[in-house]
Each structure stands twice: as C-alpha cells, then as structure tokens.
Design a binder for this molecule. Sequence first.
Ligand SMILES: [Zn+2]
Length: 102
Amino acid sequence: MSHVKCQIMAVPRHKHTRSSVGQRRMHIFIKPASLTVCKKCNRAVRPHTVCRNCGYYKGQEFINVLGKLTKKEKKLREKEMQKAEKEQKKTAPATMEELSKK
Ligand SMILES: [Zn+2]
C-alpha cells in the first residue's frame, strides 16, 4: 500500500540530564547591547548608527530631528543641544590639561 505513509516521531536515544542540558545552554543568553557615546551630544548610542537624539553620524547630519517638532519642543531641544555643547567645551580643555600635567 503505497498511499499510506507511516510517520514515526523521532525519539531521543538517551535521557538528557538537567545538568547536561544546562551545560549546553549556558552560552545561550541575550548579551547587553554594546554602546558608544555620541560625539555631538554625549549620549549613549549603538555603534555604526545615526544618533536618534541629534540625528548626526560621523559629524554629518542625516536626520533633521527638529523638523517634526512643534515650536515649543524645538526651543527645548535647542536649549538641550546648546547645553550639551557647552559641557563638551568645558570638559575638553580640562582633559588636555590633565594630560599635559602627566
Ligand atoms: Zn547625538
């Protein structure tokens, strides 16, 4: 009878103990995302991606972040960006001084 197909489920030959299963699975887990710091706004960003906060990547603007915002939101964002830039300027010379002292 060729039209009847006999399908048998695959059955494991030996019992896998909890410990051997655990040893196999010890490398299976979600790793924490590796983050770098955006050079423009100093925020944590995924590497090789455009910054979501300021829209910059490799010193070039790719997304106009302020385009979709309302006037109030724009003002707030611009203030934040200026603050971040000021902080960067403050920290940059300090590190250079420290380097020269050493
Ligand atoms: Zn940024």
